[in-house]
Ligand binder design. Structure first.
Ligand code: SF4
Length: 228
């Protein structure tokens, strides 16, 4: 990172109220991770986002998609970014992929005798505004918006995080490894266990039956870890 870019980032964090920062390991693609302000809450983070124009993704969005679920959630799912349905409704994972995620959470929990449903977990994305044509978020967009994701995670402080797809895995773990290699094993973000699995939109493709089975296995592992 150039000194100018570092200065811009530091000024940006200062505007957000951060007083202290520390550097993540050099393997990560998100080089600076601010400590969450004391007594941070989801409401405070949402207020700080406001009518955000901090990255170019604001240009074509209709609604900021902050996240949904319980502030006391013991499990947080992190996806990539809003799609068209989410952008229209301002809620994460409400389109076809979202319906599959709901089925997976509710269905797996019921089958495994775990008394939770989707509203008991928290669901959000790495970027809060829909990338045009559903493209993958750019690294700078992930870096800027990722700070709000990190504050959400710090504020909720769940027992585990489930990263849905490669973009979420990259944002949290700073790795370039693909989901196929990362899934099924525990990783860590800021001391919190992270399970990586496939994004539900990938599972909707008809030829991905194996991935579907593996995603259900990953979810089973996460649910038992968090709720047993
Ligand atoms: S994606 Fe995040 S940082 Fe970019 S404009 Fe939207 S809320 Fe702001």
């Amino acid at each position: 990172m150039t000194p100018d870019r570092a200065r811009q980032l530091l000024e940006f964090y200062q505007d957000l109220g951060f007083k202290t920062i520390y550097r993540r390991p050099t393997t990560t693609m998100l080089p600076v991770l601010p400590l969450a302000p004391a007594h941070d809450t989801l409401d405070k983070i949402s207020q700080d986002i406001g009518d955000c124009k901090r990255c170019r993704l604001h240009e074509q969005r209709n609604r900021i998609v902050f996240g949904s679920g319980s502030e006391q959630a013991r499990l947080v799912f992190v996806g990539e970014g809003p799609g068209a349905d989410e952008d229209a409704q301002g809620m994460p994972f409400v389109g076809r992929a979202g319906q599959l995620l709901t089925q997976m959470i509710d269905g797996t929990a019921a089958k495994e005798g775990i008394p939770i449903k989707r509203p008991d977990v928290y669901i959000c994305n790495v970027v809060k505004c829909r990338p045009p044509d559903n493209r993958t978020p750019e690294p700078d967009e992930m870096e800027i918006c990722g700070q709000f994701l990190f504050r959400q995670l710090k504020s909720i402080n769940p027992r585990a995080i489930c990263a849905l797809g490669g973009t979420a895995a990259k944002a949290l773990l700073g790795t370039k490894e693909g989901v196929t290699r990362l899934r099924g094993k525990w990783h860590k973000w800021s001391g919190i266990p992270v399970m990586v699995t496939y994004h539900p939109s990938y599972l909707l493709r008809p030829y991905n039956q194996n991935a579907k089975r593996e995603a259900w296995e990953d979810l089973k592992t996460v649910l038992h870890y968090v709720y047993d």
